[in-house]
Structure formats: C-alpha cells, structure tokens
Design a protein around this ligand. Structure first.
Ligand code: NDP
Length: 241
C-alpha cells in the first residue's frame, strides 16, 4: 500500500492525539502540529510510523506559512489535513463576555484554519487528490446560552467547508465538516481556564463522547473510496439533549 501523510493540527491532546494514534495504527506518516512541543514529542515516541513534529501557533499566519514551507520533502505531500486545533474560552453570556476570549476563538478556530487550508490546498489540487477534514461542532448549528462567539466560529467552519467543496469541484479533493457534541477531552479544562471542578461538572449525567470515538469517525470518513465525499457529519452523545 502506498504510504500516505496526514497533517493533524491540535495533535497534542484530545481528538488530534487520538487521530494521530488511529492513523499511526494504520501505517500513515504523520505531521503533528500544536504549541506544546513536549506533548508532541512524547506522542511521537509512542508511534511506530514516521512523524514530523511541527510546533506551531495556528493564529500566527507568518509562522504557519514558514512552518509549512519547511516541511521535509518526505512529508511534503500531505494527503489528509485534519484542521482540528481549536478551543472554547469562557463562554460567558454576551453582555459579560471577555473580548480577549472572543478574539482568541476567532483567531484560532477561524483564522488558523484558513491559514492552514490556504497553504496546503494548492498541493492537493495540483496532485488531484487530498482530503481536508475540518473540526466543527454542534455548537455551529445549535444555539445555547454562552455559545455566542464559539458557536459562530464553528458555524463559519461548517459553511467554509461547504464553500470549499464547491471551489475544489473537479480536482479530486474532498472536504468534510465533522460536528461533534460533548466530548471528554481537555476542551472543558481550557474553556474554564484550568478550573478542574467546573470542567468535570460539564459531563455530569451524560456519557460524553471520547476522543477515540471522534478519531474513529474521522479516520473512517477519510478512508472512503475516492468517489465518496462525506460532506457533514454531526455526532452527539446519545444522552445529550
Ligand atoms: P483539546 O483541548 O483536548 O485539544 C485542542 C487542541 O488544539 C490541542 O492539541 C491544542 O494544542 C490545540 N490548539 C489550541 N490552540 C492552538 C493554537 N493557537 N495553535 C495550535 N494548536 C492549538 O480539545 P478537543 O480535542 O476536544 O478539541 C479539538 C477540536 O474539537 C476543537 O476545534 C474543538 O473546538 C472541537 N470540538 C470539541 C468538542 C468537545 O466537546 N471536546 C465538541 C465539538 C468540537 P496546544 O495547546 O498544545 O497548542
């Protein structure tokens, strides 16, 4: 089998880390991107496939462009891009929301995803193959109190994915938006800025999705035959209202 390369942003924890393990178990080469280099190094040590580590803040456009230009030749043909890096912060009701939190979410969830996509896409269209998986959220289509800016960033991801698919028609490149519901990762700890008790309370009464559930779905989507494009997939815990 031809060895393919997968670039995963936000690979230092949660969905991204689980995706790295999923693809590694199937022999894919990996490019792992996130800010926490030590996490990526530890993960790479555990994986039995070629791994290129890319310490990267996706909000920094110049850094993204430089990092992607610097990918070594043996990893340079990215077959699958999992645009997964993202976060929710605060999620206060709009009148009390912290403008800095809003800005970080926009910069990471929207701009970071755009920087990555714009840089990787031309190689895919030139090779006439590739798959971009964008990690959206049910928050992109289901309003809830405090979901204001976070939900809107994920609505952007969902609609950008649809429009992107139009733009790559005829090139063989596929685009998928995955919209998970509540999943037990470091997401809540980040949202509550390290307050573990509040983070744990998020999952009370619901068996949340696991990172592995989402990795399984992400992997499955990308291993469909080349003529099959799964456009949008919403996945929620059975008990999530
Ligand atoms: P985690 O907090 O476990 O993982 C988030 C990842 O994003 C980390 O690896 C983090 O790495 C990375 N990241 C955050 N900011 C940046 C940045 N500026 N530059 C590069 N990497 C960054 O959460 P999840 O795995 O749950 O989240 C993954 C995606 O799934 C996110 O887009 C999230 O919005 C989405 N999602 C999560 C849900 C959930 O309930 N968990 C539900 C629906 C969607 P580092 O800090 O090392 O940079």
């Amino acid at each position: 089998m031809e060895i393919k390369t997968v670039l995963i942003t936000g690979a230092s924890s949660g969905f991204g880390e689980a995706c790295a393990r999923w693809y590694a178990a199937r022999g894919f080469s990996l490019i792992l991107a996130a800010r926490r280099r030590e996490r990526l190094e530890k993960l790479a040590e555990e994986l039995d496939v070629p791994v290129y580590i890319m310490q990267l803040d996706v909000r920094d456009r110049e850094a993204v462009e430089k990092a992607l230009d610097g990918i070594p030749a043996e990893f340079a043909c990215v077959d699958i891009l999992v645009n997964n890096a993202g976060l929710a912060l605060g999620l206060a009701p709009a009148p009390e929301a912290d403008m800095d939190d809003w800005e970080v979410m926009v910069d990471t969830n929207i701009k970071g995803l755009l920087y990555m996509t714009r840089k990787i896409l031309p190689g895919m269209t030139a090779r006439r193959r590739g798959h971009i998986v964008n990690m959206g959220s049910v928050a992109g289509s289901w309003p809830y109190p405090g979901g204001n800016a976070y939900g809107a960033t994920k609505a952007f991801v969902e609609q950008f994915s649809r429009n992107l698919r139009c733009d790559v028609q005829g090139t063989g490149v596929r685009v998928t938006n995955i919209a998970p519901g509540m999943a037990d990762t470091e997401f809540s700890l980040v949202r509550f800025k390290g307050k573990a008790e509040k983070a744990a309370a998020t999952y009370e009464g619901v068996k949340a999705l696991s990172a592995e559930d989402i990795a399984e779905i992400t992997g499955w989507v990308t291993l469909q035959p080349a003529h099959v494009n799964i456009n949008h997939l919403e996945v929620m815990p059975t008990q999530q209202a």
